[in-house]
Design a protein around this ligand. Structure first.
Ligand SMILES: NC(=O)C1=CN([C@@H]2O[C@H](COP(=O)(O)OP(=O)(O)OC[C@H]3O[C@@H](n4cnc5c(N)ncnc54)[C@H](OP(=O)(O)O)[C@@H]3O)[C@@H](O)[C@H]2O)C=CC1
Ligand SMILES: CC(C)(CO)C(=O)C(=O)O
Length: 305
């Protein structure tokens, strides 16, 4: 399979390297700084599961040189989405489908509007990964999963193909016929998990040790569940309870990628995640008191204009 990784950061470079190791053609479509980093240092994956090294990763800075791409794996941060549209349009014209692995949901409407509904698959990822100062991936979780599925009937074949490719690689994957629900379940979880860990600037263990603080995370899950209903997505109390249980079961030291970004002084995805939820809620005259509170606390830290 020919896979273009757009957003070859912690998440994109990780999964790209895994597909490459399994014998698939993977091209990292990157901007100047990341291109130089990958060309100078190569790509090492230091992983809880299995280390690997791609000494001479395929690096391209212009999509016009890429022939017959099957799939673009989109793994930029939410605040970089707009900048990806021109290159994505070029690749979609060449026949590629786009698999976004970003957290959140707001990007789907934008991508479908810009690229057409048939071009955009549904996807999400579960992993804890970050880049070190040479641009190598540090993967610290035992999990490294992607879930994907068709959002349009014409996408079944490419999803099947990705399923085969992923089964050959050192990663866990699952094709889902209910990908929209999966995306929303993750959205519900991540707004609560990233919200509470980043706002409190501490991993989940310390938050759980203060029940009134941990309860805020539960209330955020409930806000998100009410929002999902207004969007016609089937998420109920059962899914809230499951997500809360997940938060209860995480290892004490575990934290969100947003909190890792706060620790590094990087911009945060708060506008894309919490801001996006508030905008969707406003369209339905719904208020999300806990999401709005955490949004207000995080906003001064997001480092964006
Ligand atoms: N890291 C994790 O553990 C997890 C992350 N996620 C989600 O995955 C998404 C990506 O996160 P993460 O991998 O951590 O982010 P990173 O910042 O590590 O990587 C994003 C990459 O996107 C690149 N990029 C930005 N704009 C463009 C563009 N126009 N063209 C090409 N490349 C571009 C950046 O490169 P440049 O150097 O040029 O800016 C950077 O390398 C986020 O939505 C995050 O929430 C989900 C699960 C876990
Ligand atoms: C919750 C987690 C770690 C799962 O992948 C995640 O998506 C994130 O922190 O961004």
């Amino acid at each position: 399979m020919k896979i273009v990784v757009m957003g070859a950061g912690a998440l994109g470079a990780y999964f790209g390297a895994r597909w490459h190791d399994a014998g698939h053609e993977v091209i990292n479509l990157v901007r100047e700084g990341r291109a130089e980093q990958l060309r100078t240092h190569g790509l090492k994956i230091k992983s809880n599961v299995e280390d690997t090294e791609w000494k001479d990763p395929a690096v391209v800075e212009d999509p016009s040189s890429i022939e017959d791409p099957d799939l673009v794996v989109l793994a930029v941060k939410g605040y970089h989405l707009e900048g990806t549209i021109p290159w994505l349009k070029t690749l979609v014209k060449k026949g590629a489908k786009v698999l976004p692995l970003l957290n959140g949901v707001e990007h789907y409407e934008i991508l479908e509007k810009e690229l057409g509904e048939e071009a955009v698959l549904g996807g999400l990822a579960f992993i804890i990964a970050t880049l070190d100062d040479q641009g190598h991936v540090i993967h610290t979780s035992d999990f490294h999963d992607i879930v994907f599925g068709p959002l349009h009937p014409s996408q079944e074949a490419i999803c099947e193909e990705l399923s085969v490719a992923s089964n050959q690689a050192t990663l866990n994957s699952r094709m889902s016929s209910e990908i929209l629900e999966e995306i929303w379940k993750k959205y519900m979880f991540i707004t609560a998990f990233s919200g509470i860990t980043t706002a409190m600037n501490t991993p989940i263990g310390e938050i759980r040790s203060s029940p009134p603080t941990f309860r805020i995370a539960k209330r955020m899950l409930e806000d998100m569940q009410r929002l999902s209903v207004t969007r016609g997505v089937k998420i109920g109390q059962k899914e809230v309870d499951q997500a809360f249980k997940q938060l209860q079961n995480l290892d004490d030291h575990m934290t969100s990628s947003m909190h890792q970004d706060r620790r590094k002084g990087l911009p945060l995805e708060v506008e894309h995640l919490h801001g996006g939820a508030i905008r969707l809620a406003e369209e339905k005259s719904l208020t999300l008191p806990y999401i709005e509170t955490i949004y207000g606390i995080l906003k001064p830290h997001d480092g964006m204009e």
